[in-house]
Design a protein around this ligand. Sequence first.
Ligand code: SF4
Length: 442
Amino acid sequence: MSATPVTLQPRPVDPSPVDPSVDHEIQAIVAGELTTETCTTDLAAGPWTFDTRPGYGPGSSMGDVIPTGAPRQGELPAEYREAGEEELAARIVAAKATLGDRVVVLGHFYQREEVVTHADYVGDSFQLANAALEHPEAEAIVFCGVHFMAETADLLSRPEQSVILPNLAAGCSMADMADIDQVEECWEQLADVYGDMDTPDVEGLLPVIPVTYMNSSAAIKGFVGRHGGIVCTSSNARTVLEWAFARGRRVLFFPDQHLGRNTAKAMGVPLERMPMWNPRKPLGGSTEADLEDARVILWHGFCSVHRRFTVDQIAQARAEHPGVRVIVHPECPMDVVDAADEAGSTDYIRKAIAAATEPTTFAIGTEINLVQRLAAQFPQHEIFCLDPVVCPCSTMYRIHPGYLAWVLEGLVAGEVRNRIQVPSDVAVPARIALERMLAAKP
Ligand code: SF4
């Protein structure tokens, strides 16, 4: 899987007629120039405003509980906080030009436009980790995404390469919902129900195969690797579940209940055989009989960006735009996926729009930065976000051009700032889980 190369260009001074910048839209809403709604006017402030406060910051995850000990970002120097958009763009371009092949900048699909415009590659988390692999000559990989993505890039890159996350507070509320201590505790409780977890039965099947979504910490990927399990992405979840069912009676799927449920349901697993594991309840809130009968045990996690999409929004889109094609991400709740015309990964959504030969109206259920960029890239189509309220991913939003300029100018000065390094006792089994995924064939 390779990522999409993009031409390196500074942000144009005069935006194109379709401005892909969600930040510009938020600033205009807060200034009263637009009547569109935003979920919080705090989004108009610089992310450094929130670095001293607890929580994920404004946006979709602002109501989620951030774990104790989640990484914090130190104060960004004033020269970066006070610089305007054009100055920061010019400084980023200059630093990149000085560094040349010594650095590669990766931008996630959900990242703000003012950052993506400087990315050498734009893609989903796994595509971007692979893009890093294509640059063994780069001393530094600047990952403009969230924490687990930088960890994955560190797992897949060479040890002498530094992976940098421009703002350490850019975590992921969904990944944080699967805490390694809670997962270890869950495994012990499941062992009390199923007995020996490491010895296959007479049919050669283990009681449970753990499967983790790419959107999880390296610690969880390491856990999965140690217990015969595997990683999946939203693109290959079905193939990975088939791999797991060939080796185990059941799957323990984390952190995203919705991706697990939507994928298993499409494979014919009945809903009553997919109990939820709530880590705050004994046996996850299920009975022993439920767990014995389970095919997929779903961890109680979700993405607060994709949980915002509703069946009512789809009904409204269909009423207002007859013939609209509704595509949603499989992290959306099951009723939303069922009501949509199609569900697929960010890459699926992008390719579906690119492949449409006739002018089409698309209502998209995924993060708004990607939707607005697609609307700007494909002006022959009408493309809009299903959620009318502008509410980006809180943690992607924490990466601002000020932080990107700060880490790049650090590299120019010979200083590696905000390096993300996975300890080797975690990295070795985590790589095994990733390698199993790469080897799993459809
Ligand atoms: S969109 Fe959801 S899963 Fe992706 S980084 Fe944001 S909170 Fe995490």
